[in-house]
Design a protein around this ligand. Sequence first.
Ligand code: MN
Length: 190
Amino acid sequence: MGKANATMSSAAAATAPAAQAPAATPAPTAAHGHGHAAGEQQPPRIHIRAQDGYRWDELPVLVYKEDGGTHFKSITRQLLCPGQGLGCELRYFEIEPGGHSTLEVHQHIHSVIILRGRGQCLVGETVYDLALHDVIYIPTATWHQFRANQGEHLGFLCMVNHDRDRPTRPTEAVEARLRQNPAVDGFIRT
Ligand code: MN
């Protein structure tokens, strides 16, 4: 009995590709295949045509974080490369004039290149002025926050590990410790 089943399984496996060839249901309309919710696994798009204003064809412009609050201000995110099989994601963030990202820390790493405007960022205990095409590396376990200059957007590509830990915000005690450095105290917004 067992032997007969094994033989039948092998035969079925050998003929499976041919049996699956005719599609049971027609494919969805290809022209509308990109309008999916954030976080849904989709095959990476081969070519995403750039649009005016730091936008890309049919690429959703997402709010930075959904949880509200005042720890960030005026940021959008576009996922340029979801990174399946690559180990990292590539995102385009944009901070409106005067806005800022969350002051946060995490184990994963960021590699950033400025594509639009000017601003500053805190990395560790140093505030850096950012200009077009500057590159910033944010090491593991390092506090960081980005800010756009008044009157200028700050847009940047940010490469990040595909599998990553969640960012942590400072507790009151940690914030007090960070603010002991005058450069940090004068820069951060929480
Ligand atoms: Mn971060």
